[in-house]
Design a protein around this ligand. Structure first.
Ligand code: C2E
Ligand code: MG
Ligand code: MG
Length: 254
């Protein structure tokens, strides 16, 4: 196992220097109109021998080794570089690009400076950047994370709590952090038609978010029936295969 980790860690370093990572973009839509409101950037690895590798196969190690900081900055820079093209395919007054954050990214003062310099380099408005986090992002270092996240929201960027309802996100996070968007985990949306209990959890999450003045995105919408149920429950945004799978920039048409 140690050898596997070492090989993978070396491969990640090579991937960064040889530009083997890629971002796929998935639309986040207004549930009622299906207009594209924004996109979530999802990393992929075009591994020379193992083919297209999904994020969960390598991010865990990058997190352990600290390489995630560099991977995270690469992701942010690529998303900002691509944003002007993506932006043209949105249909809303407040378009955004969502980028996922990892726990060790939020540990040092440098992070905010790095984000600012990437935004400047690509002439990107901070208000169009949304950072997605789970509570694992905060758990390691709650006070520093809060300070850094506040600096980012002061710039005008917004925060989304990802996978809401699972073990990785909590009510305490909603209470203490300046969260603007709540993303209901796919686990609940995918079971909500079959399970009254899941449906109640989705419904309560939507109400909670709206009471707190947050937007709600339901993740993992695969069918029209689920979309309709979510609309009935007052959910405003959705993401899932029904609207579009994550695809390369060149395959985005708007
Ligand atoms: P996430 O942020 O919750 O992203 C949503 C995941 O659900 C994505 O998986 C997406 O492809 C998948 N998905 C979207 N719609 C549907 C659907 O209708 N049905 C089903 N079955 N799946 C759907 P993906 O791309 O494999 O990413 C997995 C996780 O890896 C992400 O979960 C996120 O936590 C993490 N991740 C991805 N890219 C990055 C990144 O650049 N940085 C960091 N730190 N984490 C990332
Ligand atoms: Mg996400
Ligand atoms: Mg999620």
């Amino acid at each position: 196992e140690a050898t596997h980790k070492l090989t993978l860690a070396n491969d990640i370093t090579r991937a960064l220097s040889k530009d083997e990572f890629d971002l796929h973009y998935q639309p986040i839509c207004d549930l009622a109109t299906t207009h594209v409101a924004g996109y979530e950037a999802l990393i992929r690895w075009r591994h020379p021998t193992q083919g297209l590798m999904p994020p969960l196969d390598f991010l865990w190690l990058a997190e352990q080794t600290g390489q995630i900081r560099e991977v995270g900055l690469w992701t942010l820079a690529r998303a900002c570089r691509d944003w002007p093209v993506l932006r043209k395919t949105t249909n809303t007054e407040t378009p955004f690009i969502s980028v996922n954050m990892s726990p060790s990214q939020l540990t040092g003062e440098r992070f905010v400076e790095d984000v600012k310099s990437i935004l400047t380099r690509y002439g990107m408005s901070p208000t169009e950047l949304k950072l997605e986090l789970t509570e694992t992002v905060i758990i390691n270092n709650p006070e520093i994370a809060l300070q850094l996240l506040l600096q980012l929201t002061e710039l005008g960027s917004t925060l989304a709590i990802d996978d809401f309802g699972t073990g990785h996100s909590s009510l305490e996070t909603l209470d203490r952090y300046p969260i603007g968007t709540l993303k209901v985990d796919r686990y609940f949306t995918s079971s909500m038609l079959a399970s009254a209990q899941s449906r109640e959890i989705v419904s309560s999450s939507i109400q909670l978010a709206h009471t707190l003045g947050m937007d709600v995105v339901a993740e993992g919408i695969e069918t029209e029936a689920v979309r309709n149920k979510l609309l009935e429950l007052g959910c405003n945004y959705g993401q899932g295969w029904l609207f579009g799978r994550p695809v390369e920039l060149k395959d985005i048409s708007g």
